[in-house]
Design a protein around this ligand. Structure first.
Ligand SMILES: [Ca+2]
Length: 422
């Protein structure tokens, strides 16, 4: 975009000079030329990773860094080891303290404990999950009290009355031998439940105060997706809950009779990935768009992230979403968007020392079958690279204590340990 803007400005300036020249010698011409010569040269933006046509051909980014950042190659050769296989669509993971082992949730409703170098073992006691379509056991997260109480949280698709479903949240205590969850209770249910098996979200992230962000999708069908704009529902929202599954203190709509107190931010489509920024402590999210419009946002209290009113996307049949607009007063712009989409399963901020990627976002591309590395300058994306491009649909990434990456590959049913090749 910047190159186009510059060339437009140059054309205009040249035309202005010609007009002025046609009117005879003038000091204004000299002044204009001098100013042009003295202007600092904007460094050329490198080519982006994707250079094919966008789905939303008429979209103009709100700022130059909002999409298609220049490719930024780190040229790290990767060593890939399979530490578990035979997992039917692994979805979410959590690293256990101590030995670098992890819990892995699978779409089919099973929870596994993986110890690198050993056979995987099943953790029993998982609540019954609705596995149809996009349902399943989704995320797994250790409670802030895990070291003393061994509390584990699970987000999942639950069958509700009348054939409806919801995103629900359960917690239980992981037994000392890591073989089962005990005393499992469902502590939160998305309302209203909906007759749909799509767009559940759902990612779990803890803030530094011990509150839990749960992302919940718009439930996919036309009748439900408009409710992403209705703060009196849990559809298409980021929710902020206590460790007991109640509305967290200080939530933006607390005390209102026309809003759900659990809502943190709204106007989201289907947020399956989220991470806390290691420097600012703020929540960042990554959500699925339809054709175009995958977004990274920094959801702030009470703010509206636009879906399904604004979007850098078109709908699957090719028609516009709503009025086909990308910006509106009172609605937040994404920090970054992808068109074409990557279909993001999750994101992390890399904080280790093994890779030269400290502070970068690593996002999993289900559709692009890779990891999308985004280099940041503050809140702006300034570079993009695709890594681990030969393993399959990447669902989830988690950082091991030693800085290695554990990567869940959806279609291959594997958990990989990825490190730099020696
Ligand atoms: Ca948005």
């Amino acid at each position: 975009m910047r190159a186009i803007v510059l060339s437009t400005a140059l054309t205009f300036s040249t035309a202005l000079s010609l007009v002025l020249t046609a009117c005879g010698p003038s000091s204004a011409v000299t002044d204009a030329r001098t100013a042009q010569a003295d202007e600092p040269q904007t460094p050329a933006r490198g080519a982006p990773v994707r250079q094919d046509a966008a789905n939303k051909a008429d979209a103009v980014p709100a700022f130059p860094e909002q999409t298609r950042a220049p490719e930024s190659k780190s040229n790290v050769a990767l060593k890939v080891e399979t530490i578990a296989d035979g997992i039917d669509h692994p979805w979410g993971s959590a690293v256990l303290p101590g030995d670098g082992s992890l819990l892995v949730a699978s779409k089919t409703g099973k929870l596994w404990r993986i110890v690198p170098g050993k056979a995987k073992t099943e953790v029993t006691g998982v609540p019954k999950v609705d596995t149809r379509s996009q349902g399943g056991l989704h995320d797994v997260s250790l409670g802030p009290d895990f070291m003393t109480m061994r509390t584990v949280y699970l987000s999942f698709a639950e069958t509700r009355d009348g054939g409806k479903t919801s995103t629900s949240l359960a917690r239980g205590k992981l037994s000392a031998d890591n073989s089962k969850l005990e005393g499992v209770q469902i502590i939160f249910r998305q309302e209203p439940a909906w007759e749909s098996t799509g767009h559940f979200g759902s990612n779990l992230e803890w803030d530094s105060a011990g509150n839990l962000y749960l992302t919940v999708g718009d439930r996919q069908v036309p009748e439900s997706r408009v409710l992403a704009q209705d703060i009196n529902t849990h559809l298409g929202k980021v929710l902020r809950l206590t460790a007991d599954g109640k509305a967290a203190e200080g939530n933006p709509f607390a005390g209102r009779t026309d809003a759900k107190p659990e809502v943190w931010s709204y106007g989201h489509r289907n947020v399956q990935g989220a991470a806390i920024h290691p420097g600012t402590g703020k929540l960042w999210t990554i959500e699925h768009g339809p054709r175009g419009g995958d977004e990274i946002n920094i959801p702030e209290a009470g703010k509206n992230y636009g879906w399904p009113v604004i979007c850098y996307c078109i709908d699957y049949p090719g028609n516009p979403i709503g009025e086909g607009i990308t910006a509106k007063e009172g609605m937040e712009q994404p920090v970054y968007y992808f068109d074409p989409v990557i279909a993001p399963g999750d994101m992390i901020f890399y904080t280790g020392n093994l890779f030269p990627w400290k502070g970068d976002i690593l996002a999993s591309g289900l559709k692009t079958r890779d990891i999308v590395r985004l280099k940041l300058d503050g809140d702006k994306v300034i570079g993009e690279e695709r890594v681990l491009t030969d393993q399959g649909r990447i669902r989830d990434i988690v950082q091991a204590p030693d800085g290695a990456l554990y990567v869940l590959v959806d279609d291959a049913g594997k958990v990989l340990r990825v490190t730099p090749a020696a």
